[in-house]
Write a protein that binds this ligand. Structure first.
Ligand SMILES: CC(C)(COP(=O)(O)OP(=O)(O)OC[C@H]1O[C@@H](n2cnc3c(N)ncnc32)[C@H](O)[C@@H]1OP(=O)(O)O)[C@@H](O)C(=O)NCCC(=O)NCCS
Length: 177
């Protein structure tokens, strides 16, 4: 692993690290709904994996979270890593930290049998890390209702193995990230 990039399982996050994570997320995510980061270190639901980079003063400067999720395609289920809460402190941007962290995360996921990395983000940020748009992903419009209609969502996918992204409707149960 790149020496400056550290893996943190969520069970390793003690109170001080939790405060540092919330500080970085609050500094980077500025929309009204991002206010949740003042009180918790995840947007909608917790995730087990994250990677961080620390600066010269040991301060947190970059973060990527990774959910472990499953999609349902016509021919069966596929495990994927859901990339979330990608952020770099404003003073540390433009140095390739996102690309460097994803370059560590992709093989980590592949070694554990995840076929894809999936995210909802800006193509300009992730294109150079191998992500392309898919148009056949659907999600529940209301994940709390068992009868919810489904709607197409635009996502970006990075292949991690020999598997190609499935054809036909691909359903992602639960919440987006
Ligand atoms: C988005 C963000 C994580 C990028 O951090 P960064 O340190 O500049 O990222 P990198 O240096 O690794 O750049 C990765 C790629 O994103 C591009 N990029 C970075 N910021 C960009 C922006 N605001 N608009 C378009 N492209 C951008 C870079 O040019 C680079 O592309 P390239 O590899 O094709 O040259 C950072 O600006 C941030 O924390 N923003 C606020 C949080 C946020 O919105 N996160 C979600 C983003 S979808």
């Amino acid at each position: 692993m790149h020496p400056g990039i550290t893996y943190l399982h969520d069970s390793m996050v003690e109170a001080e690290i939790d405060r540092e994570l919330r500080d970085l997320l609050t500094t980077c995510f500025l929309k009204a709904e991002d206010d949740v980061f003042r009180r918790r270190r995840y947007y909608k639901e917790p995730y087990p994996n994250r990677w961080v980079i620390r600066g010269d003063q040991q301060e947190l400067v970059a973060h990527v979270g990774v959910h472990e999720k499953v999609i349902q395609a016509p021919a069966g289920l596929h495990r994927f890593g859901g990339i979330a809460e990608v952020c770099v402190h404003p003073d540390a941007r433009g140095q390739g930290y996102v690309k460097a962290m994803l370059a560590v995360i992709h093989p980590w996921l592949a070694e554990r049998g995840f076929e894809f990395a999936v995210l909802f983000g800006d193509p300009e940020v992730y294109g150079s890390s191998g992500y392309t748009m898919v148009k056949n992903l659907v999600m529940d419009t209301d994940p709390t209702s068992p009868d919810s209609p489904r709607e197409p969502v635009t996502a970006m996918v990075r292949l991690l193995s020999e598997s190609t992204w499935p054809d036909g409707e691909v359903y992602l149960p639960g919440l987006n990230f």
